[in-house]
Design a binder for this molecule. Structure first.
Ligand SMILES: CC(C)(COP(=O)(O)OP(=O)(O)OC[C@H]1O[C@@H](n2cnc3c(N)ncnc32)[C@H](O)[C@@H]1OP(=O)(O)O)[C@@H](O)C(=O)NCCC(=O)NCCS
Length: 246
């Protein structure tokens, strides 16, 4: 597949990290090519989707993930499969051997993101902003006290922007950890500096004080987005992601 035929393109990059943007608009040719790349397990999942948009988002993102992981891991599409951790976070398996390559996927509306990192512990999230939601009501259930206070004092478009910014930051953290819904998002808050507008900061979950994460707001006009990376012994700092042109 040549770069011009692909429905994904580099979106943000920094040393050792890359985030691709995936175009999830309906496109019969892209969807057929994506389906061809899926394995039997993924095709069975594709068949179980009842909602057309959800099926398309899954297939286009999973196929893009496959092509790019094969390149990074030096394997063929047939050699690549996926395993799932306890709460559903996927990991790559090459020829039957689990890999610790870090990646994470998010999709919403017409947009998808696929993040790659040197090692596991990566979470990315993308949320298309829907202006017609009960922001204070939902925020009251999923945000902590300082987050709720910031949300209730915002008005109009600022409230919607803050709601989705907080959502994507918190979900990127939950996805980096891999716990999904089993962790109540109201039990932790984004770093105060980020609540006050900073673009990135270090973060620790209250129940996991020895694990440190790097959290970065990647929101833009089309959607809210964020990346969270667990910092390991080898990696103590993460370079902020820069925008790519073209
Ligand atoms: C999967 C989960 C982590 C995110 O789901 P979502 O918002 O529907 O979906 P996204 O598009 O951002 O991410 C889905 C992708 O994440 C990956 N994923 C699935 N389970 C995951 C997990 N436990 N951890 C990390 N990534 C996971 C998969 O690649 C999935 O894509 P696929 O189904 O096409 O393979 C969801 O189970 C969840 O628990 N979300 C928490 C929601 C929440 O409370 N948010 C509050 C924010 S304040």
């Amino acid at each position: 597949m040549t770069a011009g035929d692909a429905w994904w393109s580099p979106w943000r990059t920094a040393e050792g990290s890359l985030i691709l943007h995936v175009d999830l608009r309906a496109d019969r040719e892209h969807e057929e090519r994506a389906f061809e790349l899926l394995d039997e397990v993924e095709r069975a999942r594709w068949n179980r989707f009842v909602v057309e948009g959800a099926r398309r988002r899954f297939a286009l993102c999973r196929a893009a993930l496959r092509v790019n992981l094969c390149e990074r891991l030096g394997c063929s599409n047939e050699e690549l499969s996926f395993g799932y951790l306890e709460h559903g976070k996927p990991f790559a398996i090459v020829d039957g051997v689990p890999s610790d390559a870090g990646f994470n996927v998010s999709h919403s509306g017409r947009h998808g993101l696929i993040g790659f990192a040197r090692q596991d512990g990566l979470g990315v999230d993308l949320e298309v902003r829907d202006p017609l939601r009960d922001f204070d009501g939902i925020g009251g259930r999923v945000y902590g006290p300082l987050e709720r206070r910031a949300l209730s004092s915002a008005t109009g478009g600022e409230k919607a922007a803050l709601f989705y910014r907080l959502w994507s930051l918190k979900e990127a953290l939950i996805k980096a950890l891999g716990t999904g819904f089993s962790l109540n998002p109201a039990r932790f808050e984004v770093p105060l500096a980020m609540l006050e507008g900073e673009q990135s900061a270090m973060f620790r979950f209250p129940h996991l004080p020895s694990d440190q994460f790097w959290l970065e707001d990647l929101g833009e006009t089309r959607f809210a987005a964020a990346r969270a990376c667990r910092l390991g012994e080898e990696i103590e700092q993460v370079a902020p992601l820069g925008a790519l042109r073209g």
